[in-house]
Ligand binder design. Structure first.
Ligand code: NAD
Ligand code: AHE
Ligand code: ZN
Length: 370
């Protein structure tokens, strides 16, 4: 079939919206009509050329929601008409990783996914001239129709609005999951969240759900304060307005350091500040942000010797097929909020504007509706 998609032709260039060929689903795969997709900073990270795994031409996008339109041979858990959220972290429920309760990082298709291919080592996308186009994160939601492995689609309830729950495909789950699944924050904890964008705001929302006491937000863009306060931030710090070193300032504000700190910026200097502003003896710092190729983190080992720990999280530690439908229920039952964070709605032709809004710090989530 033919479908419209936004193609990342080359690193650093705007996406090109055009028609592409899409082959039907093969064994264990499903064809999904994407109804809506968010634009996450990780899409920008790859588009910009900062992603060591980035390959071009590719169809980016990993925060979508849609409807199964065709199933390939051997598919048993999904049927035509099911509503789904694509999963860049699939859940096969069989691999060594899925069988280990300590991780959500299903590895059953990770190698081919990182190569921009379906599990059989080929791509379903090609140009109208027949040249292959790579998949991205196994999801490629910047295409109106896309193919993914059955294990990479979470079935969700049919009354959930696509233009909101698409955000559960990455930002919501990553932020709330980092608090609940990874850090396992206790009631009354103190926390600092660095970066109040699409992920950081969901960390704040997760902290409120978990019953954290003090929730400090740190961002260089003060326009994020209103939204962060609405989601539970109790104190705001703009590093540009702090005289001297930020670490002692934050340690003082949290009366000795925070029980939990979260990096949602992808900046390795910020990651160090986050680690060092965690409490001596027990503070945990969770890295969510994705850093550019070649970037490395550093700190004095003494920071760890004296009881702080550094951890990371992907997709909020969530097992997608199991956890995503539950998070959709939380949204539908009013336990979590999404609507105010969807600040812009765009058509596919306007997708590059969505990236501009992100760069300008004007959007939390821009959502493309097909
Ligand atoms: P975003 O652009 O919406 O938000 C980033 C925020 O960080 C902005 O508000 C910006 O002003 C702020 N910021 C930038 N530099 C800062 C600094 N030096 N100090 C304080 N604040 C600063 O991006 P997003 O969609 O929220 O993504 C955030 C990060 O999380 C990205 O690196 C993204 O790739 C990563 N991410 C990781 C996962 C995962 O599973 N680990 C999932 C999704 C996104
Ligand atoms: N390709 C990058 C790493 C990118 C990365 O860490 N991605 C996160 C999800 S970000 C979603 O917005 C992730 O799930 N990581 C685990 C994994 O297996 O990719 C690089 O540095 O090579
Ligand atoms: Zn993302």
């Amino acid at each position: 079939m033919k479908t419209r998609a936004a193609i990342a032709i080359q690193a650093g260039k705007p996406l090109e919206v055009t028609e592409v060929n899409l082959d039907g689903p093969r064994h264990g795969e499903v064809l999904v009509e994407i109804m809506a997709t968010g634009i996450c900073h990780t899409d920008e990270f790859t588009r910009s050329g900062a992603d060591p795994e980035g390959i071009f031409p590719a169809i980016l996008g990993h925060e979508g929601a849609g409807i199964v339109r065709e199933i390939g041979p051997g598919v048993t858990s999904l049927k035509v008409g099911d509503h789904v959220i694509p999963l860049y972290t699939p859940e096969c429920r069989e691999c060594e990783y899925c069988l280990n309760p300590k991780t959500n990082l299903c590895q059953s298709v990770r190698t081919t996914q990182g190569q921009g291919l379906m599990p059989d080592g080929t791509s379903r996308f090609s140009t109208l001239d027949g040249d292959p186009i790579f998949h991205y994160m196994g999801t490629s939601t910047f295409s109106n129709f896309t193919v993914m492995p059955e294990i990479a689609a979470a079935k969700i309830r049919k009354d959930a609005p696509f233009d909101m729950v698409c955000y559960i495909g990455c930002g919501v789950t990553t932020g709330i999951g980092a608090v609940i699944n990874t850090a396992k924050v206790e009631i009354g904890s103190t926390a600092i969240v660095f970066g109040l964008g699409g992920i950081g705001l969901n960390v704040i929302q997760g902290l409120r759900l978990a019953g954290a006491g003090q929730i400090v937000g740190v961002d260089i863009n003060p326009s994020k304060v209103e939204m962060a306060t609405r989601f539970g931030m109790t104190d705001f710090v703009n590093p540009k307005e702090v005289e001297g070193d930020l670490v002692p300032y934050l340690v003082n504000l949290t009366k000795g350091g925070a029980d939990y700190t979260f990096d949602a910026t992808g900046n390795t200097d910020v990651m160090r500040t986050a680690l060092e502003s965690a409490h001596k003896g027990w503070g945990e710092s969770i890295i969510i942000g994705v850093a550019a190729a070649g970037a490395e983190i550093s700190t004095r080992p003494f920071q760890l010797v004296t009881g702080r720990s550094w951890r990371g999280t992907a997709f909020g530690g969530a097992r997608g097929r199991t956890d995503v439908p539950k998070i959709v229920d939380w949204y539908m039952d009013g336990k979590i909020e999404i609507d105010p964070m969807i600040t812009h709605k765009l058509k596919l032709d306007e997708i590059n504007h969505g990236f501009d809004l992100m760069h300008q710090g004007k959007s939390i989530r821009a959502v493309v509706e097909y």
